[in-house]
Design a protein around this ligand. Structure first.
Ligand SMILES: Cc1cc2nc3c(=O)[nH]c(=O)nc-3n(C[C@H](O)[C@H](O)[C@H](O)COP(=O)(O)O)c2cc1C
Length: 190
């Protein structure tokens, strides 16, 4: 199965990337294809709130920047993993821009009682690192993620919080076991 693994940290070899690598290795050993993309290396603008994506016959976003191939990758993937540090009690701006742009994957037509999600039924997972605690800090990203999944009609395979994260040594055997369990959950739910 195809797994899209998105790194939201500007640091390609930081704490979050280290945890993401471990999860990806597990998924590859379970026989999955993993596509890794470093989001801060791309040029992705925030949503301009033009609602072009909600017009009939429009597909994805009017803004043809680097978000478009990622959104297409999402449509092709069976599962999507977001790996992110906590920045100011939220997602790094580069990743947040992509999350906002995912709004174009929600469609509705006049008269519809409910919206439709182009990602409906897909499985997602989240890794969060933070310098501080989980409570009232890293968990805020998890809360936003869970709300997003409900809106997108997606399944959650799990969230791994690595907090407080004081360097890659914090991604110890206990955390690696949590990442192994997440790989198993992802594998089962795909
Ligand atoms: C701009 C910035 C904002 C941060 N904000 C928070 C924060 O709100 N809460 C927290 O616990 N850690 C915060 N941190 C620490 C990072 O979340 C933490 O060091 C993380 O593990 C870095 O991951 P990385 O090595 O993958 O970049 C911040 C770090 C930076 C650079």
């Amino acid at each position: 199965m195809k797994v899209l693994s998105l790194l939201g940290s500007p640091r390609k070899e930081g704490n979050t990337a280290y945890a993401q690598d471990h999860l990806e290795e597990q998924l590859i050993s379970l026989g999955h294809e993993v596509i890794n993309i470093h989001i801060p290396s791309l040029s992705i603008e925030g949503c301009k709130e033009c609602y072009w994506c909600k017009q009939e016959d429009s597909f994805l976003c009017f803004n043809k920047d680097d978000a478009i191939p990622i959104l297409n990758n999402m449509l092709e993937a069976d599962a999507i993993i977001f790996s992110t540090p906590t920045f100011c009690w939220g997602f790094p701006a580069q990743l947040k821009a992509l999350l906002d742009r995912m709004f174009c994957l929600i469609t509705w037509k006049e008269g519809d009682a409910e919206s439709h999600s182009l990602l409906e039924g897909k499985t997602m997972a989240l890794i969060v690192t933070a310098g501080g605690e989980i409570k009232n800090n890293a968990e805020l990203l998890g809360l936003a993620f869970e709300n997003m999944l409900e809106f997108m009609k997606c399944k959650c395979a799990g969230i791994v919080y690595i907090a407080p994260c004081e360097g890659v040594q914090s991604i110890n055997e206990k955390v690696k076991q949590q990442l192994n369990d997440l790989a198993q959950n992802l594998s089962k739910s795909i």
